[in-house]
Design a protein around this ligand. Structure first.
Ligand code: MHO
Length: 279
């Protein structure tokens, strides 16, 4: 009979997989020699099971981390939209997070129908983030939003000047609006000397930007594109791996993820195997 190793459940090192071990029942009537042998076997199996944490010796059932976006039904995903300056950068910031499945650069927050990059009207450059709510939530996305730009800057973000770079949290209604307002209040208390310019708005429409603005940072690195098999544009736009590498290319992933991807890529370069399937 198989049972899950109970002593491994709380070990972060194996949170990406489950280890299984064998379970024995020791009967009272068993001859003592048999029983000793059985106990020895059990102890051997138990110590082998501890190696599960080191990846090599156990049966591994991959969890959602290695699930490709296509295996997740779109109904189980949630969507959030943020504006925080250039959408090239915004897409990279969110693309790298675990739990974020897809990202799209686009235009939102204005009234112009069918905006384009050279005539976006009153829209702001924005990013749409599709995420798995079992892995990351709106609150955590808000934290990333606040820590990834300067919401006190008026009429622009960094070197980019103009209302298209304004700071906005888009929401889908009361609960998200409440969380956004609470997080803004909290941020404002950290910044006594200036007023946060961030607006909180119900999302009306989101217009995806032109293909050349999607995964822009990744496209600046032909080697990375090649590593994932030079995907055609339509696949690149929905690829979870491309969203992650887009963040990596801009060096905007959390440091741990940045290093993990570095190591993966170096391994591939050493082995000469050109296609990266997951990070
Ligand atoms: N600073 C950027 C702004 C680009 S953006 C997508 C630039 O290089 O022009 O608006």
């Amino acid at each position: 009979m198989h049972v899950q190793c109970p002593w491994l459940l709380d070990r972060p090192a194996i949170s990406l997989s489950y280890c299984h071990c064998f379970h024995y029942t020791i009967s009272e009537e068993m001859a003592s020699a048999d029983r000793n042998l059985l106990i020895l076997n059990f102890l051997t199996l138990a110590s082998l099971s501890l190696f599960c944490a080191d990846k090599a010796f156990c049966i591994r059932i991959p969890d959602r981390d290695s699930t490709t976006p296509r295996e997740l039904s779109d109904q189980s995903l949630k969507t959030a939209v943020f504006a925080l300056g250039s959408f090239w950068r915004s897409e990279a910031v969110f693309g790298c997070l675990n739990g974020v499945v897809r990202t799209t650069s686009g235009y939102a927050g204005g009234s112009k129908i069918n905006p384009e990059y050279r005539s976006l009207g009153d829209h702001a450059e924005s990013v749409m983030v599709e995420y798995d709510p079992k892995e990351i939530n709106f609150r955590q996305l808000l934290e990333v939003f606040w820590s990834s730009h300067d919401p006190r800057q008026v009429f622009g973000q960094g070197p980019d000047v103009g209302p298209q770079y304004r700071s906005i949290i888009f929401t889908n209604g009361t609960e998200e609006a409440r969380l956004a307002a609470m997080s803004k209040e909290r941020e404002q208390t950290k910044s006594r000397s200036s007023i946060l310019t961030t607006q909180i708005q119900q999302l009306e429409s989101f217009y995806p930007a032109e293909p050349e603005h999607q995964k822009f940072e990744l496209k600046r690195h032909p080697m990375l594109l090649q590593l994932i098999g030079n995907l055609p544009e339509d696949e690149l736009e929905v690829s979870n791996l491309a969203a992650k590498l887009n963040g990596y290319a801009a060096e905007l992933c959390p440091q741990r993820i940045q290093k993990q991807i570095d190591a993966k890529i170096n391994g591939i370069i050493r082995r000469g195997w050109p296609v990266l399937r997951e990070v």
